[in-house]
Every structure is written in C-alpha cells, then in structure tokens.
Design a protein around this ligand. Structure first.
Ligand code: G6P
Length: 610
C-alpha cells in the first residue's frame, strides 16, 4: 500500500527521499510528499500524481536538510489530491507525520480535537495524528511520549514516521499492523516501510514489531513498546541485492518477472527436492511436519492471486494427501467466526507477507490453536514472522503490481508441501519420484513457453480492443482460468471472468457472440474430451477461441482461432505452465493499449489496509 522513507544523518536527505520514494512507488502511487527540517524549520512539499512530479517541484525549491521523511500514497480516505497527500501537519506546522494504515476511530478523535480548537484541512484519517500529538506536546511532553500517548488513543493500524522542529535530532517511528523498518548506516540511519527503499544505502535492518515505537537518531536508535517497556532489537542482514530489484533491461518489471520464471521456480525448489527418495526437505516445516500430516483438515487462506494459488493447492492436497482441504478468502475467514480446531492446519499464502486481511486471519487461526503456517515470498515479513512455521517461496523481489513469478513459485511450494505430506501418508516411492522428477523438469518447460512470446504478442494485438473476455478451464485449470482473467482485468482494464468450463452453460454462455474472445485452458488430460464439448458450444455461437493446449494436440487447430502449445506435465503441475501464456497475453494486451502495466490504476502491490 503506501510507502514510507525517512533519513537522518549528515547527507542532504532530499535525493535520498526522492530515490527511496521512486523505489516504493509500486506500493502506492496517487500522490507523494516529503517533510524535512531545514534550519530547524519544518518544510512540507506535496504533489498529486507520480513521484517525478514531486521531484520537479522539490528541485525548484533548492532545499537542503539532514533529516526528513517521505511518503507515496494509495488513497483510502479522501481523494488523491495535494491536501490529502502526506506528510500531515499540526496547525503551526512544527510536526510532520506520514502514516500507512487506517485510523478506524478517527471520526471520534477528530470531533474531540475540534472541540479543543483544532482545525482540520484534509479528508484523511491520518490528519488526526499530528493534532493529537500536538495536544500532548503542548502539555509539556517530549515528542516520543506524545506519540506514544497519541497512539494509545488510536484504534486501527499504523506505520508512522514523525519529525518535529522542537526536537530536530530524531525521527520517531511506530508500528501496528503496517510494516516499518529501521536501516542502520554509519553516522546515518533510515526508516522505511520496505527494504527496497533503503537497499541502496544499507543492508542492516531492524524490524519493528506491532506495538513498538522507536526514536531514530543520526548515530543510534532506542526502541520501546507502546506501553513504555524497554526492548532489545536484533539487527538483520538483508541478502537481496539492488540489481535484483531493477528492471534488468526489460521495458517493464512485469515482463522481467514473467521471463525470470525458469529461475524463480528453480529457486523455489533449490535444495528441497530429494529425487532418489521421491520426497522433499522443507526446513521451515521440519518441526511441524508430523502434526501437519496428521491434520484432520487443511484450510488455505489468502487474497487475490495468492488465493488462486490456494485453490490449486486444494486440488493437489485432496488428490494426493487425501486430507479434506478448504480455501477461503482471508477477508471472509477473519470475520465469520470460522470453526477452527486444534487438529486443523491453516496455510496463509502471501507474496508480500503484509496483506492486512491475511495477517489478521493468521492471528485468528493461531488464537484458536490451529497450526498456522505461512507461505510467503518476502523474507522477514509480518506473516512469515507471525506464523508458527512455514515455507518461503524464494521467487525474489516482485515489483510489478500484478503478481506473476510469485504465483508460479507459490504453486511450486504447494506441490512440495503436497509431496511432503503425501509421502508421510502412504504415497509410494514410485509416485513420489514421478512428482519430484516432473517438478525438476518444470524450469526447462517454462523456457519453451517463454520462447513463444512473439507468437502470444501477435495474438494479443488482435484482441486489445475488445470489452470482455471469458476464461474457462476444468479441474486443476479452473483456478488458472480465474488467475488468467484477474491478470487481464488488473492491467488492461478489460472486463474478464474466469469460470469452470462446464459452468459456462449456466450463465456466461448468454454473453457469447462474435465479439467475445474465450480462452480455454485445455491440456490433454482426463477431462480433455469434456472441454472439447465446451469449445464446440462456444464455436457454435460464434465466439473467438484462444486455446492453451499441450504439444502434439493436432486436433485442436481445426476447432479454435488460435492455439498456444505448451509442454505436457502431470495435471497437478499443469497450472504452473498454463498460467504463463496467460500472463504474457495480459501483458501484451495492456502494452498495446498503452497502459502502465507495472502500476495499474487503483491497485497496490501490498494491501496493508482492510
Ligand atoms: C494485491 C496485489 C495482488 C495480490 C494480492 C494479495 O491485491 O495487487 O497481486 O495477489 O494483493 O497479496 P499478497 O502479498 O498477500 O500475496
């Protein structure tokens, strides 16, 4: 969601803040702003739109400062305009504050502050914070104590950074439900919502936990809990390099990330497959593997693309491990008082590891005594740290808002987990070996699919002006249909729906005419003939058909307008392969339409608010 960066040290903070904001822009990007202390005076500069517009405005001001904070916003309360952009300030402008998250009781707090004479100028929930802090400072408290007292009145979530001209030697940061890290430099320190913002300067970071607050000085920091208890914080070393989060010569992060998939899925499997034993080794699950295999039920909870991965996981686990499995949107799971038993295992899948609904659902499952497990991409993220145990997907940093390589890595990890549980529950060595070997061959097969990029681009260009798309698949490929439709919707703004192919005749068939492209995921598997019948039904109504088929399927050409051939594999792994042409199809359609594929409108990479 929104992004936070802050700097305190001997250098001029302006270029550090701007470059940090540019790195964070993928998280939220409808407006941006910085707040600095220049000669102990507070200066705030804000601008709607991209960080580059803010940069132009800042350059004209010729500012210089050794301490400052910056924010890129994804609007929740109030339009994305200059007034609603962060930093927000108190009335006399001495405090600058940036906030990620949502203050749920802001209306109540606002009314109370208005009665005390505080004027509000923005429509945001965040603006209550500087006024609340001001109210405590005016009663003689220090900045740290005032922030602490203010936050004790707040309901909701926050990651905040505050500077105050009365105490210009520090940045105060605090966290509850929205990530906040401190980057440790030499005679300089940083704060950020995401390591990518500060990786150019330091790899030493401290993760604040929920309900923690810290004063960050040029040469040290002090951390406490919000209730004022002293705490010791550990410094972590980040292994990710700056090159890993750059575009590497591709026009968009999304294309780079699609093209990286042979390597990213290999990284998800690296050191984990035991070919001879037909088994896998997952260090993160070692201590809980027996309990997991004895689960009476498995629940998978996630949002967006990660939820689609969960659906594929359900098919895998039920087919091989024979444990009843349910998949549920985290946002539903957390609020409907789900029945969770101590002999249930619940997987939470999240690329970012910060999605607010998934994190809250995880806490709910933990409180109910379930074995709460994480499948995350971002190392050290909140979900990874809150889980009892888990598996990292190791797909590498994903910057494009529409998830691609993180999805295929989630599928790989789910396959590894399925193999682990199934072998403990009686799967034969032979069957285990077959799955392990198939997994091993996946990166090469992905390479073959990626070599068809131009072919897919040609197909995409024919369909960039249509208004609707339908995606159909059955069995393991039904979630692929959902994911294909989501990718297209997210980045091309074309309305697209995914359906189980047989459900088409219960509604969507009414929409089919010669303006409706229908994408079928139709590999040669046990339900191939049934999918062919569905294809015939679309053909009979004049729909344009794009089919994802397996090599050697010569039959399909006569039935469809375009077929994209992909290598064959076992059904449980087919979604890994079949989703890739759909990622490319969506990508090329969006590029042809001239859209910003990496930062589609209204979306955010990491949704840290409900
Ligand atoms: C946002 C992103 C999606 C992502 C979803 C869940 O909506 O735009 O790409 O699938 O959040 O995110 P997570 O980080 O939990 O996988």
């Amino acid at each position: 969601m929104c992004g936070i960066i802050g700097y305190i040290g001997e250098r001029n903070c302006i270029p550090i803040l701007i470059s940090g904001l540019k790195r964070l822009e993928y998280r939220g990007y409808d407006s941006a702003g910085i707040g600095v202390l220049s000669d102990a005076e507070s200066v705030i500069v804000k601008k709607p739109g991209k960080v580059s517009s803010l940069e132009e405005k800042v350059e004209l001001l010729n500012l210089s400062s050794n301490v400052g904070i910056g924010h890129t916003r994804w609007a929740t309360h109030g339009l994305p305009n200059e007034i609603n952009a962060h930093p927000h300030s108190n009335q006399n402008g001495t405090i600058s504050l940036i906030h990620n998250g949502i203050i749920e009781n802001y209306q109540t707090l606002k009314k109370g502050l208005q009665k005390l004479g505080y004027n509000f100028i923005s429509e945001t929930d965040s603006e209550v914070l500087p006024h609340l802090i001001d109210n405590f400072i005016s009663r003689g408290h220090s900045l740290l104590k005032s922030v602490r007292l203010a936050l004790s009145e707040v309901e909701g979530t926050y990651g905040i950074a505050v500077i105050y001209s009365g105490e210009p030697d520090k940045i105060v940061v605090a966290r509850k439900g929205s990530p906040l890290i401190i980057g440790i430099g030499s005679d300089e320190n940083f704060v950020a919502s995401d390591v990518s913002a500060i990786l150019a300067h330091t790899k030493q970071v401290v993760y604040l936990e929920d309900n923690e607050i810290a004063e960050v000085f040029r040469d040290h920091f002090n951390a406490k809990t919000i209730s004022d208890d002293e705490i010791e914080k550990e410094v972590h070393e980040i292994s990710m390099s700056l090159e890993e989060i750059d575009k590497g010569g591709y026009p968009h992060f999304m294309l780079k990330e699609i093209m990286e998939q042979p390597e990213s899925v290999r990284n998800s499997m690296r050191g984990r497959i035991l070919l001879e034993e037909g088994n896998v080794k997952l260090g993160g699950l070692a201590e809980v593997a027996d309990r997991l295999a004895k689960s009476k039920r498995i629940i998978i909870s996630a949002c967006g693309t990660s939820w689609h991965a969960g659906l594929v996981g359900e098919y895998m686990i039920e087919q091989y491990a024979k444990i009843p499995t349910e998949v549920e949107y985290a946002s539903e799971f957390r609020y409907r008082n789900p029945i969770i038993n101590p002999d249930d295992s619940v997987f939470f899948i999240s690329q970012s590891g910060e999605t607010a609904d998934t994190l809250a659902a995880l806490k709910e499952a933990k409180n109910n005594g379930a074995l709460a497990l994480g499948i995350c991409n971002v190392v050290g993220s909140s979900i990874a740290r809150e889980s009892i145990a888990g598996v990292y997907t190791h797909a590498g940093p994903e910057i494009g808002v529409a998830s691609t390589k993180a999805f295929t890595s989630q599928l790989v990890v789910l396959a590894l987990i399925t193999l682990l549980i199934s072998r403990k529950r009686g799967m034969s060595l032979e069957e285990g070996k077959k799955i392990a070997e198939e997994l091993n061959s996946i990166p090469e097969k992905i390479n073959l699919i990626l070599s068809k990029n131009d072919e897919i681009k040609n197909i995409a260009e024919k369909y960039c002006n249509v208004k609707n798309f339908l995606y159909l698949g059955r069995g393991y490929n039904f979630p692929v249909a959902l994911e294909g439709a989501l990718k297209l919707k997210e980045i091309s703004y074309i309305h697209a729906e995914g359906y189980p192919a047989a459900e088409m005749k219960h509604g969507p068939i009414a929409l089919i005419d010669d303006n409706m492209p229908v994408v079928f995921i139709a590999p040669k598997d046990s339900i191939y003939d049934k999918v062919i019948s569905n294809i015939e039904e679309v053909r009979a109504r004049g729909g344009n058909i794009i089919a994802i088929v397996t090599e050697k399927d010569e039959n399909m050409n006569r039935l469809v307008d375009h077929s994209i051939k992909i290598p064959d594999t076992i059904p449980m792994l087919m979604p890994i392969l079949a989703s890739i042409p759909l990622q490319l199809l969506a990508y090329h359609i969006a590029v042809k339409k001239g859209l910003n594929v990496d930062q589609p409108r209204n979306l955010a990479k990491s949704v840290t608010v409900e």
